[in-house]
Design a protein around this ligand. Structure first.
Ligand SMILES: C[S@@+](CC[C@H](N)C(=O)[O-])C[C@H]1O[C@@H](n2cnc3c(N)ncnc32)[C@H](O)[C@@H]1O
Length: 228
């Protein structure tokens, strides 16, 4: 394991996964191509739907044995193929959440023959109910005004009031605008803020994260910052 820790491998996902020992990963954070024809500088997002679903099953099957018993597997998808992929993963793992990432797309026209799509679907899966989950590290503190408004006597002393409330499954985090200092030249770069919450909640300090589809390195940057 030591020889592959803290390293970036520029290679096909299936080749890379085969080198990882079984039951070694605390967290798999996977953001694969979505079968939407995005340009990643290669043809990886240009598969036919049938081929894409077959390939998705192949890498998902390869990576599951690498999870620790307490490990978690998050997968970023879009509405087009999340139903099929989530259904498949539910035959192998326990689904804990579907998180909706609301990309906070500004309202300026948009689709004219359907509703404008402004969200991603993030599936959160585990192997068994003993999975690691650090709620306190991701609590959202109240601003003083809201906190004051909640101070009815029955709430006083409640943990959620004192140190913050439990995040919900709708995450409103702005996508990265072209001018954002975090922004790299990548068509589907994820904000660090999204990845930060996942890592804090689902990987202990010094734990091991695998990102099988690294793109602009979001997961690596955040894992280093958080000492995973
Ligand atoms: C959705 S993007 C990941 C974006 C990343 N999460 C970020 O924040 O920048 C998917 C990435 O997977 C890469 N990819 C596609 N097919 C792959 C394969 N077979 N093995 C490894 N990486 C692959 C693509 O080149 C692309 O960079």
């Amino acid at each position: 394991m030591q020889e592959i820790l803290n390293k970036i491998f520029n290679e096909d996902v299936l080749q890379g996964i085969s080198r990882i020992p079984d039951k070694s990963l605390d967290l798999i954070l996977a953001d694969p191509p979505y079968c939407l024809g995005k340009d990643y500088g290669n043809d990886s997002d240009k598969l036919e739907p049938k081929e894409y679903l077959q390939w998705s099953k192949q890498w998902i099957n390869a990576v599951i044995p690498k999870m620790k018993e307490t490990g978690s597997f998050y997968i970023f998808l879009t509405w087009q193929y999340s139903p099929e992929i989530f259904s498949y993963m539910k035959t192998k793992l326990i689904m804990i959440n579907e998180i909706i990432w609301d990309r906070r797309v500004p309202s300026m026209g948009g689709s004219t023959r359907k509703f404008s799509s402004v969200h991603d679907n993030i599936g959160f899966f585990v192997k068994n109910k003993k999975y690691y989950f650090d709620l306190d590290s991701i609590r959202i503190p109240y601003d003083p005004e809201t906190k004051k408004a909640r101070t009815r006597s029955i709430f006083v002393g409640k943990k959620w009031l004192e140190i913050g409330y439990n995040p919900k499954d709708l995450w409103s985090v702005s996508r990265l605008h072209a001018q954002d200092p975090e922004r790299e030249k990548h068509p589907t770069q994820k904000p660090l803020k999204i990845v930060e919450r996942i890592i804090k909640a689902s990987c202990p300090k010094n734990g091991i994260v695998l990102d099988p589809f690294m793109g602009s390195e979001t997961t690596i940057i955040e894992s280093r910052l958080l000492k995973r």
